[in-house]
Ligand binder design. Structure first.
Ligand code: NOJ
Length: 740
């Protein structure tokens, strides 16, 4: 986020002209208030959408009809720094007031949750992360940025880069999974995609990385719950994606709701000021999460709203999302010295810097042509959406090579999720129209399959055995789609039970019975937004395809995989447990003194496996890959690692080669394995390639409990393989002080 000398001078000139009220105005992020039009409160309405009493379509219609208050007069008075929304015509109107009718003409930030695409929705992050394709991560963000700008949005509340290890937490769907290295690669690519296409003034937005920090470590996976962790864990696991995003130039950050070791992140000076601004050198600004400042009173850390506002701004939280606490209390606090002008100026300077870097002073408006151009989904965006969806599908099990199917087979497609267009986009997808969404039924029809649809049952409600029996009789193959409703994942959607919801297991038992009786094939497709506990499904169902919530092109992507037009290549970005009680479960756990095994006094359960059912990095293909010849050699500043991968099966395919290490002896207990690199390798039948990784010695260290990065001498295992469990390994000893 570099500014020219002139731009910095303009910021200083503005600051020197601003009144105290105008300065505070910049720290105020508004949302349009809903003025009338509903029989219930807006909060209750949102709950009704979340629990399914009001459908997304109905909600969108109600919102379109509701009257809103956009705080125009406050904008005119310079009392608003940013506004939330996605209406380009309104955005232009409001920018016009800010730029042409307010005293200093400072443009507005227009913020919105564009997490995995706006109108063109891409796979949810946990799915996309499994493609291990950083170029793809960047392109989906880049096209999302363009669509945002075309809709008047210049500030995206993304990427969500919380490393998440507890699948009970509903928001695992929004982030890149359990591994800090993969999450860091994801974070960097997303920042590049959102912010770096400067080929036109309307191609990029300001990113807002979130949620800073440790939000995903909420105790027992319950959203908004407390988090506590050691300093080393914070620095080694949860901070790296944020650090890397700042290095990539992230323009802003959102403080998380949770308390971290007793201090809410909204007013936490250690995380906001010491780490983010002083240590990482972040140039942009920090915003609270919605209502975050007010909630500090409920946390019991602030006496009242004024106190919460004072503590927050002093801690380094520059902007208030939605509470008006800064607007109402900072003036008095500044006048009586509880907040210094230096602190306030720093906050305002950071916000102005982002506006300046965005080019808003020169280009505040959306061009009418651009608005029109984006009324239908651009072809290029749809192609990327299809590519992303295909690359995110994980083949979990394929007994008897039942997949791929032949297009001549007669297929019974079953399960209510299979035909529901409103279930493909996933959590935190805000801008789709159902006419743009391709369900699995649509996808099968689009590719000319001989398919008949039988609802049979879904995540909620009863199942219909008669229909199940009929579906099995009338087809060569039954494709059953089961999983979660979109509303079962995302924010405020934590679950204590992450086994298959509703009566779907019973439904699959009946499918097993009837397909066995009729001698038919049974394929199961999973649609879900979190790792599910699939012990029963993995044991009983012959074929399992993890299809997540893949966005608008979901059905076409699933059809391509079912018929073998696409050979699945994705891997899991988060471990799947067999049963609930294994949560949290993640591959890169610290070594215990008694690693789990079959013997009694080890770290294990009496009634469940101690290992993941499907580990991080796991995913099958329609072909097979064999690994050989791992060779690790030491160079002055790096390890050179080579491994040969051969396609030993009968189709071409892509393998994601994974590099891990283990620091065998260190001054702190280290993880049993840590991802350090990956590469997508395409191989024709019989082809082999030798893949080379260069692991920098400086990247083999860890943070201690003082937050100091340590590079220690000692022995390491280097692993290369197809997933976090199945790897070749080689031991190497290093003396590395020379590169500290
Ligand atoms: C609450 C969510 O936690 C956050 O992710 C989102 O960006 C804000 N609300 C704004 O909608």
């Amino acid at each position: 986020m570099k500014l020219t000398k002139e731009q910095n001078e303009k910021i200083e000139a503005l600051l020197s002209e601003m009144t105290l009220e105008e300065k505070i105005g910049q720290t105020n992020l508004e949302a349009p208030s809903i003025a009338g039009g509903f029989d219930v409160s807006f909060e209750e309405l949102i709950e009704m959408v979340n629990d399914g009493r009001v459908s997304q379509d109905e909600f969108q219609k109600m919102m379109a009809g509701a009257q809103r208050d956009y705080h125009e007069e406050d904008i005119r008075l310079g009392l608003v720094g940013g506004m939330m929304g996605d209406d380009p015509v309104k955005a232009n109107e409001l920018q016009k007031i800010a730029c042409e009718q307010s005293r200093l003409g400072i443009p507005l930030l227009m913020g919105y949750d564009v997490i995995h695409g706006l109108r063109t929705v891409y796979p949810i992050a946990i799915a996309e992360a499994g493609s291990f394709d950083t170029d793809l991560f960047e392109r989906t963000a880049q096209t999302a940025a363009k669509e945002s700008r075309a809709n008047g949005i210049n500030w995206n509340f993304a990427p969500m880069i919380d490393v998440a290890r507890d699948a009970r937490w509903g928001r695992v769907s929004e982030g890149p999974g359990e591994d800090p290295y993969l999450a860091s690669c994801f974070a960097k690519a997303k920042i590049r995609g959102l912010q770096n296409d400067r080929s036109s003034a309307l191609n990029y937005v300001a990113a807002c990385m979130k949620h800073f920090v440790g939000y995903s470590a909420c105790e027992s996976g319950r959203d908004y719950n407390t988090t506590s962790m050691s300093v080393s864990q914070l620095h080694n696991v949860y901070l790296p994606p944020f650090r890397e995003a700042v290095r990539e130039g992230a323009a802003s950050v959102m403080a998380a709701f949770n308390d971290l070791n007793g201090i809410p992140c909204t007013l936490n000076p250690y995380t906001l000021r010491t780490i983010l601004k002083e240590t990482y050198g972040m140039q942009g600004f920090a915003v609270s999460d919605a209502n975050g400042i007010k909630e500090c009173v409920v946390h019991g850390i602030a006496e009242d709203e004024a106190d919460a506002g004072i503590q927050s701004v002093n801690a380094g939280l520059d902007m208030d999302m939605g509470t008006h606490i800064y607007k109402e209390h900072l003036k008095q606090a500044a006048e009586n010295g509880q907040v210094s002008m230096e602190v306030l100026d720093d906050a305002v300077r950071r916000i102005l810097r982002v506006k300046m870097w965005l080019g808003l002073f020169d280009n505040p408006y959306v061009d009418e042509n651009t608005i029109r151009q984006y009324q239908t989904l651009p072809k290029e965006h749809l192609e990327i959406s299809l590519e992303a969806a295909k690359k995110s599908i994980v083949l979990l099990k394929n007994d008897g090579q039942a997949l791929p199917l032949n297009k001549k087979e007669k297929i019974s497609l079953a399960g209510t999720l299979a035909a529901d267009r409103s279930e493909v986009c996933g959590a935190w997808a805000m801008g789709w129209k159902s006419s743009d969404c391709v369900s699995i039924l649509d996808g099968l029809k689009n590719c000319g399959a001989d398919v008949t649809y039988f609802p049979c049952g879904g995540p909620q409600g009863e199942i219909n055995e008669e229909e199940i029996a009929k579906a099995c009789e009338e087809a060569d193959t039954v494709v059953a789609v089961i999983g979660e409703l979109v509303t079962m994942t995302g924010e405020a959607a934590s679950k204590a039970d992450i086994e298959m919801p509703g009566k779907q297991r019973r439904m699959m038992e009946l499918f097993l019975k009837h397909t066995a009786a009729a001698g038919k094939k049974l394929i199961t497709i999973l649609m879900n937004g979190r790792p599910l506990a699939l012990g029963w499904e993995a044991e009983h169902l012959p074929v399992l395809v993890e299809a997540w919530h893949l966005g608008v092109q979901m059905g076409n992507a699933v059809a391509a995989v079912l018929f073998g037009d696409e050979n699945p290549s994705a891997k899991l970005a988060a471990s799947f447990p067999s049963v609930n009680g294994q949560c949290p479960i993640y591959y890169n756990h610290p070594s215990t003194g008694r690693p789990g095994s079959k013997s009694k006094f080890t770290s294990r359960y009496l009634d469940a496996p101690h290992e993941a059912l499907f580990p991080f990095g796991y995913g099958l293909s329609y072909t097979d890959f064999a690994y050989s010849g791992l060779n690790v050699t030491e160079e002055s500043e790096a390890l050179n690692i080579q491994v040969t991968v051969k396609n030993t099966g009968s189709r071409e395919g892509t393998e994601i080669v994974q590099l891990y290490m283990q620091d065998i002896t260190a001054s702190l207990v280290r993880p049993v394995k840590e991802l350090k690199g990956f590469l997508r390798v395409h191989l024709l039948c019989g082809e082999e390639k030798t893949v080379t990784f260069s692991l920098q010695k400086k990247d083999m260290g860890f943070y201690d409990n003082e937050g100091t990065y340590r590079l220690e001498d000692g022995s390491f295992y280097i692993f290369a393989g197809t997933d976090s469990k199945n790897c070749l390994s080689q031991k190497i000893s290093l003396k590395r002080q020379s590169v500290c």
